[in-house]
Structure formats: structure tokens, C-alpha cells
Design a protein around this ligand. Structure first.
Ligand SMILES: *Cc1c(COP(=O)(O)O)cnc(C)c1O
Length: 338
């Protein structure tokens, strides 16, 4: 594996910590559960897109770009981290937000990540749900080119073979970190959406011949589609790396039973999981991705999916800024009188 040959800009606080979740482990009574804190990458409140952007932004700079274009759902964590990365590197940023949930809620549409996109100086425009977002980004790029600008398109979620290198790097980092701690990781679990995180991990673990059991918890697509997306990008990422390692289709596992009614729509399991971790571990997750991933981790642990394993790591992909876009989801008590 020759990861070092790819240009990279330092954007994240790496390595991120690997910490035990002892109260959760005790609560569930299964294997020892750990959290890999990619919510602590540091860039504009952190998250998994930071690692991808280290490679994507380096590619943009190499190509002489002056403007970044990207897209996501209204409460996109990817858009927020891209806006921050562009700000740090002195590039303009144009964000297209797709209305995937149809929510008219003011907080959902203007607070949380949308507030931060605008604070970072990005220009933000909306598209209706189901729009061809790649075509929309292409049209914006065309307009900018006509104005003499040099745009660079970062795909949704930063998920292509360049962005996935960030999670090849994370696989290497996690294995080195756990080895240094004398810890043998049996399984790694995380929320999977646009597929770059899992594809990078699959490729990275294959390249270093690690046998960690990797499981994505889907947040949007059904299982077959999700696994096919991840497999396809993992194969392309490994080829991009120039690795001769092989990926078996069976190395790509996604459980898509925790999506609920759809992308970005809260579920009872997510609400319970998110509240539990906030209360017993002091950790914050998000309603769209990491909260549903956590629901999967907790439910599968209870059902014995990890029985016989000693150490299971949850990759915390971040996203808690989105909580402020969902203020009424958690049915919390008001002030008490004392
Ligand atoms: C984007 C995102 C994911 C999913 O990562 P993909 O690489 O898109 O599969 C998970 N968690 C959070 C918080 C995210 O923002």
C-alpha cells in the first residue's frame, strides 16, 4: 500500500482517541465496547468527512481550484466540514442542499449544520428532493467556469476513491493504535451512508491484511444496494492505491434494519440510543447517522451478534451539530422548580 504518494493537507487532529465505553459495556453485558473518536477530528466540530477532505482538498489545490462545490442533505455534516476546509484553505465554497426530508421546521432548515455552513462563509442554495444533484453541481461548475473561476467538485459525502483514502488511513491508524495499546479489536461498527467511510476501511483493512470484522449500519439504502455501493468503491479505492490485495464481496457487510421510515427521519431506537449514551457516557451522537449506527450496535449487542468477541469498536463518525436541527425530537423535560 502506498498511501504516502497521495497529496494530503492536514485538516484533522489525528490520531483521534480510542476510548473504552465502560458504563455502556456494563449496561449491555456483552463484549467490551470502545469508541474511536472521529467526532473529535477538530474541524468545525469534527466528523468523518475531515479525513476524506484531507485528500480531496489536496487534489483540489493540485488542480489549481479556487472554488469548491459540493452537495448534501439539508443537515449535511459533509457540507459543513467542506465549508470549513475551504475557509481554512482560502477557497470559495458553494453548497447545494437537497431537501430529502420535506421538513418545514425552521431549526432543521436554518440551524445546526446550515448555520455553520453560512458562518464559514459558504454560499448555500437549495434543491428539491430527488433532484439529480450531480447534474446540478455540474451546472453550477459550468456557470463558474464561464465567470473565469476554477471550480472543483467534491462528490456528496466526499465518497470517491480519493476521499476514501481518508479511511484507508484511518484503518492503518486504528490498527497501529490498538497494537500500541495491546488491544485486539474483534469488530468495528459504524454508520454507513454515501459509502466512502466503509469502502476506505474495507480497502485499508484488506491492504494491511487485518481480519477485523467490519459492519456498516445503513442510514438510507436497502442492504443489497448499500453493500454493492461499498464493494464497488472499495475495489476502486484498492486499485487507486495500487494494492494487489483482494476484497471478497463477503467482506462487505451492511445491516440496514435501523433506517426506519427513511434518511434523516428519526426512529425510536435512535432516540433511545442517543439519550442513553448522552446520559451514561457523556457522549453526543447525531439523529441521522451515528445515532442510528449506535441503535444498531446496541440492538445487535443485545441480540448476541458479537457473542464470543472481546473488543468491539464503534467508529464515532460525528454529526452532533445536527442535533440543533432536531430540537423537538427528544421529548426532554423542561426546567424543574426547586
Ligand atoms: C457522512 C456521515 C456518515 C456516513 O459516512 P459515509 O462515508 O457517507 O458512508 C456517518 N456519520 C456521520 C455523522 C456522517 O456525517
Amino acid at each position: 500500500m502506498r498511501l504516502a504518494k497521495f497529496p494530503r493537507v492536514a485538516l484533522g487532529h489525528l490520531p483521534t482517541p480510542l476510548e473504552p465505553m465502560d458504563r455502556l459495556s456494563e449496561h449491555l453485558g456483552g463484549p467490551r465496547l470502545w469508541v474511536k473518536r472521529d467526532d473529535c477530528t477538530g474541524l468545525s466540530s469534527g466528523g468523518n468527512k475531515t479525513r476524506k477532505l484531507e485528500y480531496l482538498m489536496a487534489d483540489a489545490l493540485k488542480q489549481g481550484a479556487d472554488t469548491i462545490i459540493t452537495q448534501g442533505a439539508t443537515q449535511s455534516n459533509h457540507a459543513r466540514q467542506t465549508a470549513a476546509a475551504a475557509a481554512k484553505l482560502g477557497l470559495a465554497c458553494h453548497i447545494l442542499l437537497e431537501d430529502r426530508t420535506g421538513s418545514n421546521d425552521a431549526s432543521y432548515n436554518m440551524s445546526g449544520n446550515v448555520l455553520l455552513d453560512r458562518l464559514h462563509g459558504a454560499s448555500v442554495s437549495k434543491r428539491s428532493g430527488g433532484a439529480d444533484m450531480n447534474a446540478e453541481m455540474g451546472a453550477v461548475a459550468e456557470t463558474l467556469r464561464d465567470q473565469g473561476k476554477t471550480p472543483y467538485i467534491v462528490p456528496g459525502g466526499g465518497s470517491n476513491e480519493t476521499g476514501a483514502l481518508g479511511y484507508v488511513n484511518c484503518a492503518r491508524e486504528l490498527v497501529e493504535q490498538s497494537n500500541a495499546m495491546g488491544l485486539k479489536i474483534d469488530a468495528l461498527v459504524h454508520a454507513t451512508g454515501s459509502s466512502g467511510t466503509q469502502a476506505g476501511l474495507v480497502a485499508g483493512l484488506a491492504a494491511i491484511e487485518s481480519d477485523i470484522h467490519l459492519l456498516g449500519i445503513g442510514v438510507r439504502a436497502p442492504q443489497e444496494k448499500q453493500e454493492a455501493m461499498v464493494y464497488d468503491l472499495a475495489v476502486r479505492t484498492l486499485a487507486h492505491l495500487g494494492s494487489t490485495s483482494k476484497i471478497a464481496r463477503s467482506d462487505v457487510r451492511a445491516n440496514c434494519s435501523y433506517v426506519g421510515a427513511g434518511y434523516g427521519i428519526p426512529t425510536e431506537g435512535m432516540v433511545n440510543a442517543l439519550k442513553l449514551l448522552a446520559e451514561i457516557e457523556g457522549l453526543l451522537f447525531d439523529p441521522v447517522y451515528s445515532g442510528k449506527g449506535l441503535d444498531g450496535l446496541i440492538d445487535l449487542t443485545r441480540k448476541g451478534h458479537f457473542d464470543g468477541m472481546e473488543n468491539v469498536v464503534f467508529l464515532h463518525t460525528g454529526g452532533s451539530a445536527a442535533l440543533f436541527g432536531y430540537p423537538d425530537t427528544f421529548d426532554l423535560p423542561g426546567y424543574v422548580t426547586d
